[in-house]
Every structure is written in C-alpha cells, then in structure tokens.
Design a protein around this ligand. Structure first.
Ligand code: ADP
Length: 163
C-alpha cells in the first residue's frame, strides 16, 4: 500500500490545497495530510482548528475519491513525520517561481536526511493556482468575499475570527 504525505500549515485550508489533495489521491492508496504546528508562522487558527478544517475537507474528498485521507498533526521534522506515517512519498504543491527556491532547498535537505523518500510536486488547475492562505486571511480581515477561495465552512470560521 502506497502512503503519501502532504504536509503544510493549512492556515486555513483553501481550494488550492484541496485541488492538490485531489490530484495526490490519484497517486497513492492512503493520503496523510500533515498539519504542521508551525509556531514560527504564528498561525491565525490553532492546530486543533486547522486539523478540524482539514478533516472536514478530507472527509468530503475521501467519499468522492474512495481513497483514505486522514489529517495528522506534527511538530517534528518532516522526514521523521513521513517515516512515522509510513509514507514513501511527500507531496507538495507548486505555485509560481516564488515557491521554487524554498522547495528546491527542502528537497535537497530532505534527500540528505533520507534518500528513500521521494518528493513529488503537483500543480493546481489555473483558477486555483494563485490562491494563498495568507491572502485569503488578508481579504477576510478586510471584509472581502473569499467564497472563490475556501469552502463555506472555512469562510464561516474566518468570519468568526474577524467578526
Ligand atoms: P507551508 O507552510 O508548508 O508552505 P501551506 O499550507 O502554505 O504550508 O502550503 C502547503 C502546501 O500546499 C505547499 O506545498 C504549497 O506550495 C501548497 N499550496 C498552497 N496553496 C496552493 C495553491 N493555490 N496551488 C498549489 N499548491 C498550493
């Protein structure tokens, strides 16, 4: 059974993330969504809130694809998390050139730590490519409409945060 790990901050989970999850589900038998604690990033949503939002989206996607998709909070090294969940592959989304340099370094470092775990990059469809959690939060904070970027449940959660 091929297990894939899709790690991220998911603060909050967007249609961009869900697009990548849907594509990842075509490649693996079990998809683990690694929700990073990422204290450095000072997330808007707590780890519990982010995991709950990912679980809700993953549940819908699992029903649709027939693939087991689970959320897994983690605080340790990504490569250790991959080993913990038995992942043979790490899946990441790639947006524009801006993502490339950081991802390039990460692959190099992770490969040095464990050469057996491969990283695969996926691209979202065009209308989802520009979506970034950071901008979604900014739009929601300023009272804008985020319905094209996140699910109704996440939109409600953003509304609750920003009033
Ligand atoms: P991280 O802090 O690890 O970057 P994010 O939640 O921002 O966490 O992103 C998780 C993963 O999803 C990353 O690989 C990121 O490139 C990818 N991603 C986020 N938004 C999109 C999008 N709109 N299209 C494609 N990939 C995306």
């Amino acid at each position: 059974m091929r297990v894939g790990l899709y790690p991220g901050t998911f603060d909050p989970v967007t249609f961009g993330h869900i697009d990548i999850m849907r594509r990842a589900a075509l490649l693996v038998d079990r998809l683990v969504i690694g929700v990073a604690i990422n204290r450095d990033k000072r997330p808007l949503f707590s780890l519990e809130e982010r995991v709950a939002m990912v679980e809700a989206e993953a549940g819908r996607l699992a029903a649709e694809t027939g693939i087991e998709i689970v959320a897994h909070p983690f605080e340790n090294l990504l490569i250790d998390c991959a080993r913990d969940v038995g992942a043979a592959v790490i899946l990441r989304g790639l947006r524009a050139v801006a993502d490339f340099e950081y991802e390039f370094q990460m692959v190099g470092m992770n490969r040095a730590l464990d050469d057996r775990i491969e990283t695969v990059f996926l691209m979202a469809e065009a209308r989802h490519q520009a979506i970034a959690s950071k901008l979604v939060k900014e739009i929601a904070r300023l009272g804008g409409d985020v319905s094209k970027f996140v699910s109704p449940a996440v939109r409600a959660a953003l509304k609750a945060k920003f009033g």
